[in-house]
Design a protein around this ligand. Structure first.
Ligand SMILES: *Cc1c(COP(=O)(O)O)cnc(C)c1O
Length: 373
């Protein structure tokens, strides 16, 4: 069976270094908020090109804490609106509603599956305070355009970079386009910890300090609580492992691009639509980090069965759009046909640093034989 993602194999490649990193932490006697965290924060900020990186407990917390900090700083308050793509993973939407703000779902561009700038602009009201673009599947949203719209309407931009470590447009990386960005280091992400972990990146000193305080019980100074904060920290063991894995990220991304290139040039079945390249993507695939390689197919469920019959495991990112989730029952009567069609047709093929080219070739052949009897 070709598994969708072989996490064990991925971590095995740097097993000795990971074990050494964990041993170093065990032997240090210091498990939270020490040198491993500070080193990783410095390394990841440098990687993204931002002034700050703040380690937090997970990717959802990263997004929640940015909005919470903007509320504490007086930039927005409960009832205000935040624009978010209608086809995103639920976490992007939860970060908004968790803060008592209103998620305004906007349809994606059907070619990129990322937030459509034209539709963003027409969704802006006098309650809109921020735009939350998601670099879905590892492809950058159209940040030049979104940044320009935000500037014109005096809105903040929060990037959801959970799937896009290292993605860039003209060399400017995900995490360094918005006023702030949330990253996830969930084990299956392109940069994955050995447990839960996340981070915020930003160039805003005041925001960075506020997020640090909020994630530490609302305290800037020990035992003095400015806010009713939370406990959201990136621990030493995860930070130490992330520093090990960050060194290999670019090489792994390059390999993902080779697989994506093979899929894009070799899957020729007219029943299967492949990811589209676009003009604003001046650097083409080089700005895409292929967290997942998604195809679209009207007979998606049959394609998935066909591939499984060839011992190929695929996943659906995601089967149900946010507005059709029980958690957002108040959105149930709204209609987002682009998102709905994506969710019905999308299928993610295996891709990752340990998938062999022979396996990728077998996946291509199985895709090309679909529907031919
Ligand atoms: C994974 C993910 C998150 C949440 O990250 P966690 O670390 O699982 O909390 C948020 N947004 C997107 C788009 C994601 O893929």
């Amino acid at each position: 069976m070709i598994k969708f993602l072989e996490l064990k194999d991925i971590n095995n490649r740097c097993r000795d270094e990971l074990v050494a990193a964990c041993t170093r932490v065990v032997d240090s006697g210091w498990y939270i908020g020490g040198t491993e965290l500070h080193d990783f924060e410095r390394e990841f900020a440098a990687y993204c090109g931002t002034r700050h990186c703040i380690g937090v407990a997970n990717g959802l917390d990263a997004l929640v804490l940015v909005i919470r900090a903007w509320k504490e700083l007086g930039y927005m308050s409960e009832g205000d609106e935040v624009i978010v793509p209608s086809n995103t993973y639920i976490a992007s939407v939860l970060a908004i509603s968790e803060n008592g703000l209103v998620p305004v779902l906007v349809e994606p561009d059907p070619r990129t599956l990322n937030l459509c700038p034209v539709k963003v602009e027409s969704a802006i009201t006098n309650k809109t305070k921020a735009i939350l673009p998601v670099h879905l599947y590892g492809r950058m949203a159209n940040m030049p355009k979104i940044a320009e719209i935000a500037k014109r309407h005096n809105l903040l931009v929060l990037e959801d970079s959970a799937q896009a470590h290292g993605a860039h447009i003209d060399g400017r990386k995900a995490g360094n386009w918005g006023d702030a960005s949330g990253f996830s280091f969930y084990p299956g992400k392109n940069l994955g910890a050995l447990g839960d972990a996340g981070a915020v990146t930003t160039n805003d000193d005041k925001l960075a300090a506020t997020i640090r305080a909020l994630g530490n019980y609302g305290s800037y100074e020990k035992y003095k609580n400015t806010y009713r904060g939370v406990n959201s920290r990136l621990d030493e063991i995860q930070a130490a492992c992330l520093s090990v894995k960050l060194k290999y990220l670019d090489a792994q991304t390059a390999y993902r691009r080779e697989i994506a290139q093979l899929y894009t040039t070799s899957i020729t079945n007219p029943l299967i639509s492949l990811p589209v390249r676009l003009d604003f993507d001046a650097l083409g695939n080089s700005s895409h980090v292929w967290h997942v390689y998604t195809v679209q197919c009207e007979q998606r469920d049959e394609l998935q069965k066909h591939l499984l019959g060839h011992n190929i495991q695929t996943l659906i990112h995601y089967p149900i759009p946010p507005h059709q989730q029980q958690a957002y029952a108040e959105l149930a009567d709204q209609s987002y046909p682009v998102a709905e069609r994506i969710h019905q047709q999308i299928l993610s093929l295996p891709i990752g640093p340990t998938l062999s080219m022979a396996e990728a070739q077998a996946i291509v052949s199985a895709c090309n034989s679909f529907g031919r009897y």
